[in-house]
Design a protein around this ligand. Structure first.
Ligand SMILES: Cc1cc2nc3c(=O)[nH]c(=O)nc-3n(C[C@H](O)[C@H](O)[C@H](O)COP(=O)(O)O)c2cc1C
Length: 153
């Protein structure tokens, strides 16, 4: 059984809807167990023990939400260099009003340091969350989980 950890922050529900769709996609893969957590409830142990990671954030002031940055701030030093972390597969999903690039860049830059391995292009939603975005989020989760389950990353 592979464990897929999905962590996110959300105030008005957009990123939460995306996270739930990522979870649905990952959960559809046989042999994958999904752990969906608000990022403030997740810590080092979650990061060390998952097989694949999905990080979701709204864009605030051109960057990731403070709570998501806080997760990286809390886990970076204790996780860095640990063999459980090395090149762990991860994906990103972002909800923005009209941009999202700063958030993706910020997360990807930090992820290089752990180092985590990006295994699929990010899903960036601009404005309302529609069925196309939810479907891409399901695909994101399914791809991450299926790849982890198959051991191809
Ligand atoms: C404090 C704050 C700052 C924001 N800054 C940006 C921004 O810089 N760029 C952008 O595209 N959207 C920005 N937005 C819009 C949010 O990214 C957008 O509404 C997002 O969908 C919220 O996600 P949520 O529903 O999961 O909370 C901002 C929203 C808030 C509350």
């Amino acid at each position: 059984m592979v464990r897929i950890l999905i962590i996110y922050h959300s105030q008005s529900g957009h990123t939460r809807a995306m996270a739930e769709a990522v979870a649905a996609g990952a959960g559809a893969v046989e042999g994958a167990a999904v752990d969906l957590k608000q990022v403030g409830d997740a810590g080092l142990e979650d990061l060390l023990t998952c097989d694949g990671l999905a990080v979701g954030s709204p864009e605030y002031f051109g960057y990731m939400a403070g709570q998501v940055k806080d997760f990286f701030d809390r886990t970076y030093e204790p996780a860095r260099g640990r063999k459980e972390i090395f090149k762990k597969p991860y994906v990103v999903f972002v909800s923005a009003g009209n941009d999202g690039r700063g958030t993706v860049q910020g997360i990807e830059r930090i992820a290089l340091g752990y180092p985590l391995k990006k295994v699929y292009e990010p899903v960036v939603a601009r404005g309302e969350i529609d069925e196309d975005i939810l479907s891409r989020c399901r695909e994101l989760g399914q791809t991450l989980a299926a790849g982890c389950e198959a051991g191809i990353y």
